[in-house]
Design a protein around this ligand. Structure first.
Ligand code: 5GP
Ligand code: ZN
Length: 111
């Protein structure tokens, strides 16, 4: 599969990994937009949140708990979780990922 994040899962592309379990990995973003900026992804290829199915419910729930745990480990009390969907949503890597950004204040609405 010609997918950057699938290659990060297999190790073909190196990453600064901060968490891994059977179904999930998290790694620091290559181009951080905040003092803390990591990505949490399912190991299995899902293109975006628009493609999840009922059978992915437990996986998505566990990703949310991993986000909570990693945010806590990074001493983040305030932070932002983002998943971009499709071109106009700002998605550049078509493998579901949740950005976790912290360590500074964020604006709303986003750009
Ligand atoms: P998107 O724009 O799809 O929501 O986010 C993709 C994110 O993946 C971007 O923040 C980008 O910096 C990050 N990214 C793209 N390629 C790589 C890579 O090879 N390694 C890491 N660690 N991050 C990457
Ligand atoms: Zn993939």
């Amino acid at each position: 599969m010609d997918c950057v994040f699938c290659k990060i899962v297999t190790g073909e592309i190196p990453s600064d990994k901060i968490y891994e379990d059977e179904d999930i990995i998290a790694f620091n973003d290559l181009d951080p937009q905040a003092p803390i900026h990591f990505l949490v992804i399912p190991k299995k290829h899902i293109t975006s949140l628009a493609q999840i199915e009922e059978s992915d419910s437990a996986l998505i729930g566990r990703i949310m708990l991993a986000i909570q745990k990693l945010a806590s480990e990074n001493n983040l009390e305030s932070y932002r979780v983002v998943t971009n969907i499709g071109e106009d949503g700002g998605q550049t890597v078509p493998h579901l990922h949740f950005h976790v950004l912290g360590g500074r204040a964020f604006h709303w609405p986003p750009g």
